[in-house]
Design a protein. Structure first.
Length: 206
């Protein structure tokens, strides 16, 4: 017969279950909610640790693994942090990382000239700079510096600027303008290279 069917037979746990834990099968303890571990010796963690920003995690009763989302890293450049429940408290067992450490945006190329990494491989530049790594001076592409004396509208991407030119009502260009003038911040010159001017002198003489 199965031993469980014999009257008076109880499972044995060696070592014994502690802190009011129950021996429910040979060497298997059922702990109360306040304790955990093979013999219910360790104090349980009542809640999972607070979620780390920009991460995902997988947890077991006494351990959690936190992994940064793609494009994010810890300041130490690690991408994984391991947590463990000890004496009722969650703590990091990974070097140089703690529960207050979050996954931050990571830029594989450093943001220059005071720029800040605000998203995966995305630099936010200061006012005077532009470019994927804030490596270009904005004023390098300047229609005023190129000698244009009218008004203009420009759209900028991280690498180049596209502009359309205009003269005031009644003022003509001294030569036909192109529809769009483009300037790469890395070069600082406009294409087409010849930029017309507004003929104010003819207007004043008229």
């Amino acid at each position: 017969k199965n031993l469980k069917e014999l009257p008076g037979c109880q499972p044995v746990c060696a070592p014994a279950c502690l802190n009011k834990g129950k021996c429910i099968a040979p060497n298997k303890c059922q702990c109360t909610k306040d304790f955990q571990g093979p013999v219910c010796k360790e104090k349980a963690c009542p809640k999972l640790p607070a979620m780390t920003r920009n991460s995902k995690r997988t947890c077991r009763p006494t351990q959690c693994s936190v992994t940064c989302l793609p494009g994010f890293k810890f300041k130490s450049l690690a991408t994984t942090m391991n947590l463990q429940c000890r004496n009722g408290k969650w703590g990091s067992v990974s070097k140089n990382l703690n529960l207050n450490t979050h996954c931050e945006p990571h830029c594989s190329s450093k943001c220059l000239n005071g720029g800040k990494c605000t998203g995966p491989n995305k630099c936010e530049c200061t006012e005077k700079f532009i470019g994927p790594q804030c490596q270009h001076i904005k004023d390098k592409c300047s229609l005023k510096s190129a000698g244009f004396n009218g008004s203009f509208k420009c759209l900028s991407s991280p690498t180049e600027m596209s502009c359309s030119l205009a003269c005031p009502d009644g003022i003509e260009f001294d030569s036909p303008p192109a529809s769009i003038y483009k300037c790469k911040f890395s070069e600082g010159t406009f294409t087409p290279a010849k930029i017309p001017k507004c003929s104010y002198s003819e207007f004043s003489q008229a």
